[in-house]
Design a protein around this ligand. Structure first.
Ligand code: HSE
Length: 306
């Protein structure tokens, strides 16, 4: 096989209480990429459609992660990368991670799968670091593994796969404003209150338990972020309104997707997820800010060869 086309999914990081550790994978939003073996060694980005991104491999997140893999694998060939970017950069649903993870996933397939998913996550983190200024894997891991993941540690990298209750759907609203991850990280406090830390780690533990036991009530009680959301929600116009309306419409929980501005909800069943989408739409229509809304099943497969 000399050429492969893949779907590289969007993802939701943090999942309210799990800042920098939890994430899940979406199935109706994502980029497409074509990767092709070349005789000439190196990484060559030959086409980018959708958004204006750098062609130099060293300045492009897909290129940086691919170069990290190449440095380790030292294959006797190079690769051309075409990126069909559908996830808007800075939208909060893992745009840079989709590029960073997509290139290494596809190259691994073309090389006959010498690396496992954890190793691919490690290479992709190098690309993510270029975009966000820090090496975290909470978007990359769900893109590569699918479903819900918990990054137990980055050094050494250890990713845990968490079971997905089968009726879980996500509704995402993307207000068309840009929030840079690096800026959304810079506004966070360097130290946190102990009582808030206790609340937060109890929520992370109970959320993971809820996923293992299909306990939607516990899942709902656990989707709370007392540490990051109070700061970042101020960057997202009408966040509180969207949250209260989506909860009224039946969502199990609502929070900031990654570093925003997208807002995610989780619901039990597609019908409720669609009602929540209507409620979000009604809440945001009066704001004068353009937005997109998506309803998505949780993608338990992750990356896909098309
Ligand atoms: N965990 C990251 C953050 C996700 O919230 O800053 C965005 O890359």
């Amino acid at each position: 096989m000399n050429e492969i086309k893949i779907f590289s999914p969007a993802t939701v990081a943090n999942v309210s209480c799990g800042f920098d550790v939890l994430g899940f994978c979406l199935d109706s939003i994502g980029d497409e990429m074509v990767i092709r073996k070349t005789d000439k060694k190196g990484i060559f980005i030959t086409k980018i459609e959708g958004y204006d991104l750098p062609y130099e491999a060293e300045k492009n997140v897909a290129g940086v992660s691919a170069l990290a893999l190449m440095e380790d694998a030292k294959p006797d060939c190079g690769f051309e990368i075409e990126i069909y970017k559908k996830i808007k950069p800075g939208s909060g649903v893992g745009s840079s991670s989709a590029s960073a993870a997509g290139s290494v996933y596809a190259i691994n397939e073309l090389l006959g799968r010498p690396y496992d998913k954890t190793q691919l996550t490690h290479f992709a983190m190098k690309g993510e670091a270029l975009a966000s200024g820090s090496e975290h894997a909470d978007n990359i891991a769900p893109a590569i593994f699918g479903g819900f993941t918990l990054v137990k540690s980055c050094k050494p990298l250890k990713v845990l796969e968490i079971p997905t209750p089968s009726s879980l759907y996500a509704t995402i609203i993307h207000p068309e404003i840009e929030i840079k991850t690096s800026e959304a990280r810079a506004i966070l406090p360097k130290s946190i209150n102990l009582q808030n830390a206790i609340t937060q780690w109890a929520n992370v533990g109970s959320l993971v338990h809820a996923m293992h036991t299909d306990d939607y009530d516990l899942l709902s009680e656990s989707l709370n972020d007392v540490i990051v959301e109070p700061y970042r929600s101020q960057l997202i116009p009408h966040f509180d309104l969207v949250k209260s309306e989506s909860l009224k419409a039946g969502a199990l929980g609502c929070g900031i997707s990654g570093s925003g501005p997208s807002i995610f909800t989780l619901s039990k069943g597609k019908d409720i997820a669609e009602q929540v989408a209507e409620a979000m739409k009604a809440a945001y229509s009066s704001t004068g800010i353009n937005f997109n809304i998506y309803v998505s099943k949780i993608n338990t497969q992750g990356m896909q060869v098309i």
